[in-house]
Design a protein around this ligand. Structure first.
Ligand code: FE
Length: 216
């Protein structure tokens, strides 16, 4: 049986932790530097992915999916039955490395998405997650007091509306299919997509008809 010196090991662990930067961004930078040094990662590739997700992939992908679902009942049925397959019908840039699950807002149910563990998010549909989505406060409070969190985002739901909170993971990324606002019957798919915001697809906003007040 292998023997080990527990005291020595805990000393090494303490030393390692004392050298870790406290800021998560610095930790990521350190990890990246280490992987580049070891030849496991090309820093140019990291920059290219960050640019793709910040500049090319964004909420407009998700908005196109929502608008299609509003206009095409057969697509909507496919989206709700198998989000990953329905989204694959679009030729989006970016990897779909987890199952995509669409959850539909209805007059009696409002859906809210969070990742309580870290920041799991449907990147290919919504781009880079907002800072608040990754914050401890949102991750804890979205589950504990979703209505209070929604009110802070200026979403005040009638008492009869149920709130369902979905916890995204590395295996399943949830995405809200918001309700189509009244007064948009004459709009085409592109005009409808322009109304759909990132927050509406996380559940922290409602989609407004043209002319209605936009989210802050
Ligand atoms: Fe996560």
């Amino acid at each position: 049986m292998a023997s080990f010196d527990g005291k020595r090991l805990s000393g090494i662990q303490r030393q390692l932790h004392s050298h870790l930067p406290s800021d998560p961004a610095l930790r990521v930078k350190s990890l990246e530097s280490l992987l580049v040094d070891k030849g496991y990662l090309d820093s140019g590739a990291v920059d290219a992915w960050v640019e793709i997700y910040s500049e090319q992939v964004g909420p407009k992908n998700g908005a196109a999916v929502v608008a299609r679902a509003w206009c095409d009942p057969a697509f909507k049925a496919r989206l709700l039955a198998d989000g990953t397959a329905a989204v694959a019908e679009f030729d989006f840039v970016g990897r779909h490395n987890a199952k995509i699950v669409a959850v539909e807002n209805k007059p009696e149910v409002h859906n809210l998405v969070v990742c309580t563990l870290c920041s799991c998010y449907p990147l290919a549909l919504l781009g880079v997650p907002p800072t608040w989505y990754k914050a401890n406060e949102y991750r804890a409070r979205a589950v504990r007091e979703p209505r209070a969190v929604l009110a802070e985002f200026c979403v005040v739901l009638p008492p009869g509306v149920k709130v369902r909170v979905w916890d995204s993971t590395s295996e399943a990324r949830y995405f809200v299919l918001p309700q189509r606002p009244d007064g948009t019957e004459d709009l085409d798919e592109a005009a409808l997509a322009a109304l759909v915001t990132r927050n509406a697809m996380i559940g922290t906003a409602l989609v407004q008809a043209p002319g209605e007040e936009k989210e802050a």
